[in-house]
Design a binder for this molecule. Sequence first.
Ligand code: AMP
Length: 115
Amino acid sequence: MTKETIFSKIIRREIPADVLYQDNLVTAFRDINPKAPSHILIVTNMLIPTVNDLTADHEAALGRLFTVAAKIAQQEGIDEDGYRLIVNCNRHGGQEVYHLHMHLLGGRPLGPLVA
Ligand code: AMP
């Protein structure tokens, strides 16, 4: 059984979040503990725990993560300077919330990928 996380409650608007975008496939909201001036999470509406659980059926939602990330980067005014997109998987990847999501980070130079 796949266990729901707090992100499902945000998607259903049952708990507050700073939601920037929502459609039938994905929801985007500001990270509660931002690591950069712009730190936004783009999550699949469908509960997919990790990248390891992906199948070809998810490809539309995965494509949407990227197009929505690009749209929000433009809205945030960080598209020209640049930004970083991150998807963490399991323990070594530092995943904390087991509901697939992409981090959009920008607004300052982010430095090396892995410290
Ligand atoms: P990850 O380590 O990739 O699983 O990232 C999970 C992210 O979710 C972290 O950056 C948290 O700060 C963020 N987060 C956890 N709970 C919330 C919440 N209620 N609203 C917004 N962001 C959250």
